[in-house]
Design a protein around this ligand. Structure first.
Ligand SMILES: [Zn+2]
Ligand SMILES: [Zn+2]
Length: 135
């Protein structure tokens, strides 16, 4: 995947939202935070905005779970609880899907990130990334 055209990205985004509607959430998930690694572990994608008592702006699900509700201030414990509940329902391949989301939205360019192994991802996603047959 060297280049993604605008059409490629539109197709990929539609496929991702079909297969993983959680990507479209506004309060949490890739739409709620800037693309990039978790502020705490620096490894997995950041997904959950926190309001900072622990000193992190956005956490990956594992770090958010480890920090628990204390990652949010007293005034935002309801939001924190909702975010943690959302994160607990993410599928096993969530991180790969988030990277594809970044590519689909253009937040990250192919080449600036390692493209996930597509093997085993739902068919609509792999189909969206496969070039249309030449005529
Ligand atoms: Zn983390
Ligand atoms: Zn707060």
């Amino acid at each position: 995947m060297d280049q993604l055209t605008r059409d490629d990205r539109t197709r990929l985004k539609a496929a991702l939202l079909t297969v993983a509607p959680w990507l479209g959430a506004h309060e949490v998930g890739p739409r709620a935070v800037d693309a990039g690694p978790c502020d705490a572990c620096g490894e997995t994608p950041r997904l959950l905005p926190t309001c900072g008592p622990a000193g992190h702006e956005a956490l990956c699900p594992a770090c958010a779970e480890a920090a628990g509700i204390d990652a949010w201030c007293d005034g935002h414990h309801d939001e924190g609880r909702a975010a943690l509940a959302w994160a607990a329902r993410l599928p096993a391949r969530w991180a790969d899907l988030v990277v594809l989301w970044w590519l689909a939205t253009g937040e990250v360019r192919p080449g600036a990130t390692s493209v996930p192994d597509l093997h085993g991802l739902p068919a609509p996603i792999t189909a969206a990334l496969r070039p249309p047959p030449a005529r």
